[in-house]
Design a protein around this ligand. Structure first.
Ligand code: ATP
Ligand code: MG
Length: 424
């Protein structure tokens, strides 16, 4: 193995002032106990790029049981490869023992027939740990012993040139773990990096490997990608690299049909998600799935309308069918799929601007999400009347003004009814 390049403190921009206090505490305590302790992964990468890291991951030569002894607030998780989670209030610092790289671990039985990695549970040293990481820019270590950055893979040059490059043979690395293709897209979108041509080439052909990834893992990965603040770019890249169809098959079909209204709507929805994230506003996964599957659901409902007695029944069936198909690729936790349904069901109620029904809509606990969704449909040209303006205006009114608008014939406005306490 080549000697690593050590970039001393005075030649890089990482300052302890920008490292989370709890991560520093963990690094120092490990170091004082005689272990190696280094910051690694996205934390180092983001600090070098002057971004605020999402989390700080730590690598060490201490074994999990040794880590646990040093920290009272520590839990070991994972069965195959144990990781230490150290808790500080709501913050968790993840500490991983160096893993053996490809050369040190006995290769027999480590991969399945398709090259997928099965065992990755051998402890090693930093020289081995580097090679199991995905991209060069994710394999930089910040050493608390002398505050230097340790670079085994030419990562500093890639940071400089804003290039994402897989460590090792790209096709082998994607086959080992196909989710790395989604990580490539996520980092390219989020950091504005270019994927190196050698790392990009196999992606176009290997998208089908995503079909074997558990839907729950894809759910986590898809949220990271679409909630990175660069969802519009993320969608563009996923489609460009033939990956999107494996994640949202029904959505890809509609986009491929060239439906201009839905394309505008989806772009507007993702733009609004990006804007909210960049302004630090809360977002819900339900909105993402509701937007992605909106037109597929409507098309399905049109088909059911030919056989079902009522529009509402056709919609119910369409929703069940579209969500049922989607969760075979990406799981959607029930607490969010119920909100997806609410957002969709509430859409047609915006047509009713009178009386108790309109009042009930205003007071529905998913009103705000459904209203945002409706305004995006309006922005995309799917709704052509003034619904968005009308429902925007009414929210700015007092209760009495609203009542005058909703029930013009009424003399004295009904007072906001207080819910009666439930009797046992
Ligand atoms: P983020 O900013 O999203 O936290 P990250 O690069 O830190 O990005 P994590 O998922 O937190 O990503 O993982 C931490 C590190 O672990 C990565 O930087 C990388 O070195 C390694 N890693 C994570 N997932 C994989 C993977 N699927 N294959 C190889 N290495 C991985
Ligand atoms: Mg991270």
């Amino acid at each position: 193995m080549a000697e690593p390049k050590r970039i001393p403190r005075n030649e890089h921009c990482i300052s302890r002032d920008n490292i989370d206090d709890n991560a520093l505490k963990v690094l120092y305590r490990l170091q004082h106990a005689g272990f190696r302790a280094l910051l690694v992964g996205g934390g180092v990468r983001d600090l070098l790029l002057n971004h605020v890291p999402k989390d700080f991951d730590i690598a060490t030569d201490a074994h999990p049981e040794q880590i646990k002894k040093l920290f009272g607030n520590c839990w070991l998780i994972g069965r195959r490869f144990r990781l230490a989670h150290i808790f500080y209030g709501r913050e968790i610092i993840e500490v991983a023992t160096f893993r053996a790289g490809h050369d040190e671990a006995d290769d027999d039985g480590r991969h399945d027939d398709s090259g997928r990695i099965l065992r990755d549970n051998v402890y090693g040293n930093i020289e081995g740990d580097v090679w199991r990481r995905d991209f060069t820019v994710n394999a930089l270590y910040y050493d608390i012993a002398d505050f230097s950055v340790v670079d085994y893979v030419g990562a500093m040059a890639d940071i400089e040139n804003r290039v994402l490059r897989l460590i090792g043979d790209p096709e082998t690395r994607y086959r080992e773990d196909p989710v790395r293709m989604l990580r490539a897209v996520r980092f390219a979108a989020k950091l504005g990096f270019t994927i190196h041509p050698d790392s990009l080439a196999p992606i176009q052909q290997l998208g089908h490997l995503l079909e074997d990834i558990p839907p729950s893992r894809l759910y986590e990965e898809i949220l990271k990608l679409f909630h990175s603040g660069q969802a519009v770019r993320g969608l563009e890249l996923l489609r460009q690299y033939n990956l999107f169809g494996y994640l949202f098959p029904a959505t890809e079909k509609v986009l491929q049909s060239g439906d201009p209204v839905f394309t505008r709507f989806l772009t507007a929805a993702l733009e609004s998600t990006d804007k909210r994230i960049n302004e630090g506003k809360p977002i819900t996964p339900a909105f993402l799935f509701a937007a992605m599957l909106w037109q597929p659901m409507q098309l399905q409902a049109e088909i059911y309308k030919q056989t079902e007695e009522t529009t509402s029944l056709a919609m119910q069936k369409a929703i069940a069918s579209v969500l049922g198909d989607q969760i075979r690729a990406i799981s959607i936790p029930r607490r969010f799929s119920t909100v997806v349904r609410d957002i969709w069901y509430l859409q047609h109620r915006f047509n009713n601007r009178h009386g108790r029904r309109a009042r009930a809509l205003l007071e529905h606990n998913k009103f705000r999400a459904a209203y945002d969704f409706m305004c995006l449909r309006s922005k995309a040209g799917e709704i052509t009347d003034d619904s968005c303006e009308w429902w925007t205006n009414i929210q700015g009114m007092t209760f009495e003004q609203q009542e005058r608008l909703l029930s013009p014939g009424k003399k004295s406005p009904r007072k906001r009814s207080k819910k009666k306490p439930k009797s046992d």
